[in-house]
Design a protein around this ligand. Structure first.
Ligand SMILES: Cc1cc2nc3c(=O)[nH]c(=O)nc-3n(C[C@H](O)[C@H](O)[C@H](O)COP(=O)(O)OP(=O)(O)OC[C@H]3O[C@@H](n4cnc5c(N)ncnc54)[C@H](O)[C@@H]3O)c2cc1C
Length: 510
């Protein structure tokens, strides 16, 4: 197989027709082509007068000797995950977010029949409860944007970018395609799935796991852990008030970073954890058109997808400010999981065709920002901020918002300008500086001003800030042994965001 890289494309051509252009440009005899596929497609908009698509493709050719000028490559083989040393007992997985679902998928692919317990609803019902919160401000603390089948990222942009270089990344992308994501997920430089697609994909993964003998118990919360002789023996569960015990010697703890009561229970039971750095801030919304103009310029004739950005700033104070989880053409979504709190995040559908672009702008918080030894202090820090945002918003799940110009001037906003906030169930004009720690406000202002020098219009006076964004990463890490993947309790395997071990996109790349 050979690879042709750096194929610049200045016309609007469908991906499946790119081969015609390649045949012409590189003088390939079409009869020699046995097979071909796109390996990478990205947009190069570094020079506004030279915006183009950039493709790399792999070709299997007859008479390969004729094409010596092309780089030879070998077929990519997806890594196999083999599960050894697990006895025949049924493994138990707590949590059906990406880490729990992929653990279950891998187990059934290896002939095991796991049980997955999830405190929230199955995806079909979960859509309803999320809509109830967005439209009527009715929060279900067990099933919401953070909790339920598919986990925290189900109502998201479904960005599948990461800074890690692991062969398993390709396996994850391939599984998404197997279960319904578009083929382009495999080759786009920055693939994303969108909430609308994710919902069906998650359902397909669940149905496959069940067809292979796996089991799902929704609305079932792990409330206690029986540990004997430093080994996990069973998990106590609560299903709508019905308390029962599941004996289990292999338990995957895929609880995410927001199940605060479960963290407290695990700490009480002696599971080792430590506090860690995290970030807090606000969501910013711009008109998507302004971002497109800033990123692509105005001269290109190409039909380009809604533009993205990713920016970072390092203050002389030692703090950093960065944009995170940018959602082109998306909405700011109410992501509370505790009563009397406001939490923001972002979501888009596959087409990303909404009017606004949004992203988090965050400032780093370190364990030195709160005194004390408990590893759970960061959770309290987040929660205090979320409670203050709730009160500032009017104590009715309306989020506090502010125009960027007013935020910089430290004065309450009195009107909304050309950027209309997308947050539901509603918003309240506020002064976010009243609730943010001083170091966060100051670093945000420095960051916003600096970002405007990189992305024209970032500090547009009418851009909208919505508070508060607190759950970009876990303030706690459950410790695990890197060799056997156990926590300090044998048979209890922390994974995913709660253990802060793996993440679909990490701070340095989203
Ligand atoms: C709105 C939003 C948008 C996001 N957008 C993106 C994005 O575009 N790209 C990206 O890579 N990341 C995104 N993220 C982050 C991403 O969702 C998380 O990194 C990811 O979901 C972590 O996966 P996880 O399986 O470790 O945990 P989670 O997804 O948090 O799943 C944990 C699950 O465990 C359940 N659980 C917890 N405790 C218990 C218990 N005691 N008993 C039973 N069940 C329990 C929870 O209900 C939950 O469903 C987004 C997050 C949000 C909230």
């Amino acid at each position: 197989m050979v690879k042709i890289s750096n194929i610049k494309v200045y016309e609007n051509i469908a991906d499946n027709k790119i081969i015609d252009l390649v045949i012409k440009k590189y003088k390939i005899n079409s009869n020699d082509i046995l097979n071909w596929h796109i390996v990478k497609k990205s947009i190069d908009a570094r020079k506004k007068d030279d915006v183009h698509y950039n493709y790399s493709i792999n070709l299997e050719l007859k008479n390969e000797n004729k094409y010596k000028k092309f780089e030879k490559v070998s077929k990519k083989i997806l890594p196999n995950i083999e599960i050894n040393n697990l006895d025949k007992k049924i493994p138990l997985i707590i949590g059906s977010g990406p880490s729990g679902l992929f653990a279950a998928l891998t187990m059934v692919q290896n002939g095991l029949k796991p049980t997955v317990i999830e405190q929230g609803d199955a995806i079909e019902k979960r859509q309803e409860v999320v809509n109830n919160f967005r439209n009527k401000g009715m929060l279900n603390p067990l099933s919401n944007v953070q909790f339920g089948e598919g986990g925290a990222g189900t109502f998201s942009d479904g960005k599948l970018t990461t800074g890690i270089h692991s062969p398993f990344c390709n396996k994850v992308l391939q599984e998404f395609v197997n279960f319904g994501a578009p083929e382009s997920t495999l080759y786009l430089a920055k693939p994303h799935i969108g909430t609308d697609n994710l919902i069906n994909i998650i359902k397909n993964i669940r149905e496959y796991i069940i067809s292979k003998g796996g089991k799902f118990l929704f609305n079932t919360k792990a409330i206690d852990f029986n540990i004997n002789d430093n080994k996990i023996k069973s998990v106590i569960c609560n299903n709508n008030g019905n308390i029962f015990e599941i004996p289990a010697t292999h338990v995957v703890l895929a609880i995410g970073h927001s199940a605060r009561d479960t963290f407290f229970k695990l700490y009480e039971k002696g599971i080792l954890m430590e506090k860690k750095n995290f970030s807090v801030g606000v969501r910013i919304e711009h008109l998507q058109d302004s971002i497109n103009k800033a990123q692509y310029g105005t001269s290109t004739k190409l039909k380009l997808p809604p533009a993205e950005y990713k920016l970072a700033y390092h203050s002389k104070t030692g703090r950093s400010c960065y944009t995170f989880c940018m959602c082109p053409g998306g909405v700011v979504i109410a992501s509370s999981s505790d009563e009397n709190t406001i939490v923001t995040n972002g979501m888009s559908n596959y087409l990303r065709d909404g009017k606004n672009a949004n992203s988090a702008i965050l400032v780093n918080v370190t364990p030195d920002d709160f005194k004390g030894d408990s590893p759970l202090l960061g959770i309290q820090f987040q929660k205090d901020l979320e409670n203050k945002a709730f009160v500032l918003g009017g104590s009715n799940y309306y989020a506090p918002i502010q125009r960027v110009e007013d935020f910089i001037k430290n004065k309450k906003s009195e009107f909304i300008g050309k950027v209309k906030p997308s947050y539901l169930p509603g918003v309240t004009l506020s002064n976010l500086q009243e609730i943010l720690p001083r170091f966060v406000s100051n670093t945000l202002i420095e960051g916003i001003n600096y970002f405007d020098t990189k992305l024209k219009g970032f500090s547009d006076p009418d851009s909208i800030l919505t508070g508060v964004e607190t759950r970009s990463s876990s303030p706690v890490r459950i410790l695990r042994n890197n060799e056997n993947l156990n926590s300090n309790i044998l048979g209890l395997y922390p994974c995913g965001e709660g253990a802060r071990i793996c993440r679909w996109n990490n701070v340095s790349c989203c």
